[in-house]
Design a protein around this ligand. Structure first.
Ligand SMILES: Cc1cc2nc3c(=O)[nH]c(=O)nc-3n(C[C@H](O)[C@H](O)[C@H](O)COP(=O)(O)OP(=O)(O)OC[C@H]3O[C@@H](n4cnc5c(N)ncnc54)[C@H](O)[C@@H]3O)c2cc1C
Length: 292
């Protein structure tokens, strides 16, 4: 994997359950002698269709009866050529096929792998997910900033070159407003991303959890807004495939869902913010009131 000769994909999300709450996951990883037997249906396994993908990192329940809901899951490595794996389809994104790294829906039926393929140990799936998702999320944010920057550049060039009602579209106050607002949004997102990255380097993902969650909400929303303005400024051309804006929008929009929807991250940020002002037992009472 590190040499780039093969690729892996992460198979956690399931069509049958609300996977933004990963404790819902129903797939099973069951010990049988020296092996584990895996059963379940996954979708949105990004890269699963890519012929270079030779390894699935599969998350499922190995200890469904564990009293802690966060200790029921494990991650296990499954070679792509293991018996019992069926790629069912390639999920389109707003009609784009997102190839070659597309997103697969996959059926795992009585798939057997050696017991040593378990990662870290039984019940440690959440722990691994937390370690992986921080760096993954900030990477998406960095790419979104680049995408928004390109959309703004196109918006400026296009509106300078098109004349409507006797003046360049760029000279309309609404265009200037949007260009200014886009610059403010992009630079705000860039600085917050830098802050989160700096904290991840210096104090680690755990302490940087709030900053990672904040940028995970801000960057996709910022990019969607900037790209939307760029589409509008291009008129009908904006929704064709001529300027790359419709595909850019499709990509940015998916990142309000992938790696956890906005709402889940906002909940986390809100709770951390409340936690600054409430003693620990008040936060416990608050959490149990929310559950009920
Ligand atoms: C392009 C793309 C790539 C992806 N890649 C992968 C991948 O490689 N591997 C993988 O395993 N998964 C992947 N996913 C799946 C992604 O992580 C899930 O779609 C996401 O976590 C949401 O889960 P769900 O689709 O089951 O939505 P659900 O859990 O059904 O949630 C539906 C909606 O409910 C609302 N909601 C949920 N919780 C709350 C809450 N606490 N408060 C308020 N509202 C809430 C939100 O609006 C949410 O969008 C990918 C998804 C996309 C779109």
């Amino acid at each position: 994997l590190l040499e780039g000769k093969i690729r892996s994909c992460f198979a956690m999300t399931e069509p049958a359950v609300a996977s933004s709450d990963a404790t819902n996951i129903e797939s099973r990883i069951t010990r049988d002698g020296d092996e584990y037997v895996i059963n379940g249906r996954k979708w949105w396994s990004s890269g699963g269709n890519d012929p270079r993908c030779k390894l699935f990192i599969f998350m499922g329940k190995s200890n469904p009866d564990h009293t802690s809901r966060h200790s029921q899951q494990s991650m296990i490595l499954i070679p792509r050529d293991a018996k019992g794996i069926k790629i069912l389809r390639h999920l389109p994104v707003f009609g784009y096929d997102d190839a070659p790294h597309g997103h697969a829906e996959i059926d795992f039926k009585d798939v057997r792998v050696p017991a040593s393929n378990i990662l870290l140990g039984e019940g440690r799936g959440f722990e691994i997910a937390q370690g992986r998702l921080g760096p993954g999320r900030i990477h998406h944010c960095m790419r979104l900033i680049g995408l928004a920057e390109r959309a703004l550049e196109r918006m400026c060039k296009r509106t300078l070159s098109r004349v409507a009602f006797g003046k360049p579209v760029a000279a309309q106050t609404v265009t200037l407003e949007r260009i200014a607002e886009a610059r403010i949004l992009i630079d705000s997102a860039r600085l917050l991303t830098l802050k989160a990255a700096d904290m991840m380097d210096k104090v680690g993902n755990k302490i940087a959890a709030k900053e990672i969650a904040m940028i995970k909400v801000l960057a996709p929303n910022m990019a969607c807004q900037v790209i939307d303005w760029a589409i509008q400024a291009h008129g009908g051309g904006g929704v064709t495939d001529q300027f790359g804006l419709s595909y850019a929008y499709a990509q940015a929009r998916t990142l309000r869902l992938a790696d956890g929807p906005d709402e889940v991250h906002r909940n986390q940020i809100g709770k951390m913010e409340l936690g600054r002002y409430a003693p620990a037992d008040a936060m416990k009472a608050y959490a149990s009131a929310r559950k009920n």
